[in-house]
Design a protein around this ligand. Structure first.
Ligand SMILES: Cc1ncc(COP(=O)(O)O)c(C=O)c1O
Length: 365
């Protein structure tokens, strides 16, 4: 049997007719950019989070760059970023001439809030907690520290749409939140797309202008901006999919619980352990024999991925910071031992049973 890491057709098959109707509508209307679906999606996405403002963008990387720029981040500033995350969280900081200061993660790969204060300096301006793998970072502690030191908090919710902690949604704790709708995300477009959520009207308007050539109205350029737009087709697709996300997230959680149960007795595997509000963008286990298990699963037709093969301080991009594994032991352990198994809405019982069987087989040898 072949089990893909993600099978987007399993999500799209039941929506095929609705998607084709939507393509026809967008084609007929021919407002491919700035179509009415864009503001309808922005309003719906903000409302679903009980947040006042949403600015759609071309992708999440743009969204984060734009928020940081709107907050006035620039040369001389330091931003606290988890050591294990996608490069967006550091590269946007660097592109603005500021410095990402890496903070080690906890056993689940989330920003370790207990390590934040030792990294704060007079230059620190903001914290970027990332709700990695669909699990929420410890936002209560992050917000307390941010308040104590007068820092901005931008939540990276790229992997965690509708994740929650004690019933409070990801993206509703900080000053702003950024989202990715990359096709494999829990809410995925059919191409690139992203968004910013914030309750801060001034920040929102600055982001809206930055994403749109420095203008709120056509030809009224107040300052140099950029072009980062969600196109009409992606907005229409996201509007169609939005009502399904909770149900897909529940499906992800149920699949994760099956894995947790199956692997609980394999002591060589560290499992992510389901918590309330975890939306399992990926199911990331940890094992010392990671590379061997990955090869074994590949030989059995099971695709896996590593999130991520290099923690950010150990990438070539940040080698100049001269970090050693001892500086970021948890992030280093994850890069050596982390392995993400297939998990996606529409994954069949047979597919999951096969993955479990292949993993069990490996540990019996
Ligand atoms: C945690 C995280 N942040 C940011 C991004 C960047 O998203 P995008 O590809 O939409 O720019 C991703 C995408 O993989 C991500 O996983």
């Amino acid at each position: 049997m072949q089990v893909p890491f993600v099978d987007l057709s399993a999500i799209h098959k039941p929506l095929e007719k609705a998607l084709k109707d939507l393509f026809s509508t967008v084609l007929e209307e021919s407002y491919f950019v700035h179509g009415k679906q864009v503001s309808t999606f922005e309003n719906a996405f903000a409302k679903a989070h009980h947040i006042t403002h949403c600015q759609s963008t071309g992708n999440c990387t743009d969204a984060l760059y734009i928020v940081l720029k709107a907050l006035g981040i620039g040369p001389g500033d330091e931003i606290l970023v988890p050591a294990m995350t996608w490069i967006t969280d550091a590269e946007t900081v660097s592109l603005l001439g500021a410095e990402p200061i890496f903070v080690d993660v906890d056993e689940f790969g989330l920003l370790n809030a207990n390590l934040l204060e030792e990294k704060i300096s007079p230059k620190t301006k903001a914290i970027i907690p990332v709700h990695l793998y669909g699990r929420m970072a410890n936002m209560e502690t992050v917000m307390q520290i941010a308040q104590r030191h007068d820092l901005k908090v931008i939540e990276d919710c790229a992997q965690s749409v509708f994740a929650s902690h004690n019933g409070k949604l990801a993206g509703t704790f900080g000053h702003a939140a950024v989202y990715s709708f990359y096709p494999t995300k829990n809410l995925g477009a059919l191409g690139d797309a992203g968004a910013i959520l914030t309750n801060d009207k001034v920040l929102f308007e600055a982001c809206r202008k930055l994403a749109n050539h420095g203008a709120l109205d056509k030809h009224n350029h107040e300052f140099p901006g950029t072009n980062s737009r969600m196109d009409t087709l992606q907005a229409a697709v996201l509007l169609l999919k939005l009502p399904y996300v909770q149900q897909w997230n529940e499906e992800r959680l149920a699949l994760a619980k099956n894995y947790d149960k199956a692997f609980a007795s394999i002591k060589e595997i560290g499992i992510p352990e389901c918590t309330d509000g975890h939306v399992f963008h990926v199911y990331a286990i940890q094992t010392k024999k990671r590379n061997e298990l990955k090869s074994h699963l590949k030989s059995k037709g099971v695709q896996t991925q590593i999130h991520y093969p290099q923690a950010l301080p150990f990438t070539k991009a940040y080698a100049y910071q001269n970090a050693t594994p001892a500086d970021f032991p948890r992030a280093y352990k994850l890069q050596q031992q982390g392995l993400s198994l297939p998990l996606f809405p529409g994954m069949t019982q047979e597919q999951q049973a096969y993955v479990i069987e292949c993993v069990e087989e490996f540990y019996k040898c």
